[in-house]
Write a protein that binds this ligand. Structure first.
Ligand SMILES: [Zn+2]
Length: 241
């Protein structure tokens, strides 16, 4: 019998992680849960259950609180997500002592920074104009989204936004050509020097700029090293002398 009680559904929004340090993070974006008072918790992917396909996410703010102070017997909040719905109760309950949800002003500023980054990354705007335009938008929309404008401005420092947008600019990578070869831009250095020097039939490529070639030429002793612990997705570790 219907008893008039509607089951509350706790929904999360997903957005790309600020740092694309690991392939795993870019495959599993950050999950954000917004409380009714406008504050939010963000959750980072931990693992996927092989049994039922549920995704396990850990609270980022709990992790920060734990880093500040270890509290015996306390653990960080984990949510279980299935089809964008949190299925293990209220995502606001049971956090680590001292876990602070993100205030709405920060969330609002963050959203605008993300949009500015996307525009810069797609090559549609310069760093400077994206920073100025989105700062204007951010402050203009504060009232609309119920955020104190002064607090919003505090989350927008010129230096950090410029750094972030500059990173977005350099992370813009043109796609491969239809035949799988590198686009012209990736065969040259930023100053237009030749960078791609050799392509083997198996697809291996050798990159080196003029300065490094001349350093090798002048040196009587060469030492070789390589990174063996990890390789980006789609790449294999190789060290040929
Ligand atoms: Zn937490």
């Amino acid at each position: 019998m219907w008893n008039g009680e509607e089951e509350v559904q706790f929904r999360v929004d997903f957005h790309a992680s600020k740092s694309f340090k690991s392939a795993q993070r870019s495959v599993h974006p950050i999950a954000q849960f917004t409380n009714t008072n406008g504050t939010s918790f963000t959750f980072a992917f931990a693992f996927e259950s092989k049994k039922d396909g549920k995704l396990y996410y850990n609270c980022n703010q709990c992790v920060a609180a734990k880093r500040k102070e270890l509290v015996d017997g306390s653990s960080i909040k984990t949510i279980h997500i299935y089809d964008n719905i949190v299925v293990n109760g209220n995502p606001s309950d049971g956090h680590y002592p001292g876990c602070q949800p993100i205030r709405s002003a920060q969330v609002h500023a963050e959203k605008k920074k993300r949009q500015a980054s996307q525009l810069v990354r797609s090559g549609l705007s310069s760093v400077a104009s994206a920073r100025l335009n989105f700062h204007t938008e951010m402050t203009r929309e504060c009232e609309e989204v119920g955020v104190d404008e002064r607090e919003g401005r505090l989350h927008w420092t010129k230096k950090s936004v410029t750094n972030r947008l500059s990173y977005a600019k350099i992370s813009k990578v043109p796609p491969l050509m239809e035949d799988g070869s590198l686009p012209e831009q990736l065969t040259k250095t930023n100053t237009g020097q030749q960078f791609l020097r050799f392509e083997a039939p198996d697809g291996s490529k050798l990159f080196v700029n003029d300065m490094c070639l001349s350093l090798l030429e002048q040196s009587s002793c060469w030492k070789a090293d390589g990174t063996f612990k990890s390789a980006p997705k789609g790449y294999l570790q190789v060290n040929i002398i």
